[in-house]
Ligand binder design. Structure first.
Ligand SMILES: Cc1cc2nc3c(=O)[nH]c(=O)nc-3n(C[C@H](O)[C@H](O)[C@H](O)COP(=O)(O)O)c2cc1C
Length: 205
């Protein structure tokens, strides 16, 4: 099976729009019914210099920036606030395509976080209050107990934005597209920020 899947030829019309192909690939993954087409592995660097990775959902993409939402007291947030260097990787198995983004993360404006928060289902907003993300839980029941507490606290009202919930934007400095091609002649194109412009290179797979 592996040899017959084909991510298609990669051609970058305008390296100055480094995330255009990412938008196209995410849309094509959505149209093809890929589960969680926005999922990406996000790598941060901890205070000892060690890399740490986990999945998050890409929820923002504009110009040369991507973004995601999270708890601002989580490990990933603490790591980013200490060292903004991050790497994000997306892989769509059915499409035989990978996207790699590297750059610098910074905290999103509260107004942008607020807009996103308001767009979410009520249960997701309550869950944002209930999870003390990345902290130790004393008992397995703590999360459902906290969820129920916030559910009754906000009963009949809008669920406000928790002060400890937010987002990060990543300004990308390097983007790489990988496409699986027949006979292992896979394609890679790397785009790199070069001062005010972007350069493009084809790499061996
Ligand atoms: C597919 C998938 C998507 C996820 N999306 C998010 C997300 O958008 N934001 C988030 O905070 N955690 C998300 N998580 C949970 C994280 O992977 C992680 O467990 C959590 O954020 C705590 O990470 P940390 O302790 O490194 O901060 C997701 C997990 C999976 C499997």
């Amino acid at each position: 099976m592996g040899d017959y899947r084909d991510g298609g030829e990669i051609s970058i019309e305008d390296p100055g729009k480094p995330l255009s192909l990412l938008v196209k690939w995410i849309n094509e993954a959505k149209e093809s019914g890929v589960v969680e087409p926005n999922a990406m592995s996000l790598a941060t660097v901890d205070s000892s210099g060690a890399p740490r990775g986990r999945m998050v959902l890409l929820k923002f993409l504009e110009g040369e920036e991507i973004g995601f939402f999270t708890n601002l007291e989580s490990d990933k947030a603490v790591e980013i606030l200490d060292c903004g260097s991050v790497a994000a990787t997306m892989w769509w198995p059915q499409m035989e395509r990978q996207g790699r983004m590297e750059g610098t993360a910074y905290q999103m404006d509260r107004s942008q976080v607020q807009d996103y928060h308001l767009s979410r289902a009520r249960n997701s907003r309550i869950a944002a209050w209930a999870s003390d993300q990345s902290s130790q839980m004393e008992s397995k029941d703590d999360l459902s107990r906290r969820f129920a507490e916030f559910e009754s606290k906000f009963d009949g009202e809008e669920v406000p934005l928790p002060p400890y919930w937010g987002g990060f934007r990543i300004t990308v400095n390097r983007v790489e597209y990988w496409s699986g091609r027949p006979n292992r002649l896979h394609e890679r194109i790397a785009l790199e920020r070069d001062g005010d412009s972007w350069s493009q290179r084809r790499l061996y797979p």
